[in-house]
Design a protein around this ligand. Structure first.
Ligand code: FES
Length: 165
């Protein structure tokens, strides 16, 4: 049976919400340091960002890519993050909760500017017009017309594993 990325993410998000009812609160302050000329004042409803992305990753045989913490030590720390390119895609990976990772494609769906992870706010923002994306890539605020692609990502045996297709 073939499962779509959207179905997989929905399943993962539902499982995460079921096992943890709290949300990623700090993200509601994200727009503060965006360009004042282009920033939006759209309030962020933190209820729309409830998803933690805590999963057990798959294996290399299943197409997952291993990122050893010895090569990416930033990912060992809470709020640590890296920018990298995998399968031709620019990706940001961040440890958004203890042992839980979010991984998003970086080009903003508005005008393609690379989004950034802001550890002090534990959120993803676009520096051009202040868009805010949830940990699962959903647009929370700003002008982007569509969500970002997100990738399943999780820790195992001293590595972080990510599924990029
Ligand atoms: S390029 Fe406009 S919000 Fe990202």
């Amino acid at each position: 049976m073939e499962i779509s990325r959207r179905d997989l993410l929905c399943t993962l998000c539902a499982a995460a919400v079921a096992c943890k009812a709290t949300d990623g609160g700090p993200i509601d302050t994200l727009p503060d340091d965006t360009d004042p000329d282009t920033d939006t004042d759209t309030p962020v409803d933190t209820d729309t960002n409830p998803n933690t992305i805590c999963i057990d990753p798959g294996t290399a045989a299943q197409g997952w890519t291993e990122l050893p913490l010895s090569q990416y030590p930033e990912l060992a720390d809470l709020y640590g993050f890296v920018y990298l390119t995998l399968a031709g895609k620019q990706i940001v990976i961040a440890q958004v909760e203890e042992g839980c990772y979010a991984a998003l494609e970086r080009p903003c769906t508005h005008e393609g500017v690379a989004i950034e992870y802001r550890p002090e706010r534990n959120g993803f923002v676009c520096p051009r017009h202040g868009a805010i994306y949830a940990w699962d890539g959903r647009v929370l605020a700003g002008p982007p017309p569509m969500d970002l692609q997100s990738f399943p990502c999780g820790p195992r045996d001293g590595s972080v594993w990510i599924l990029v297709d």
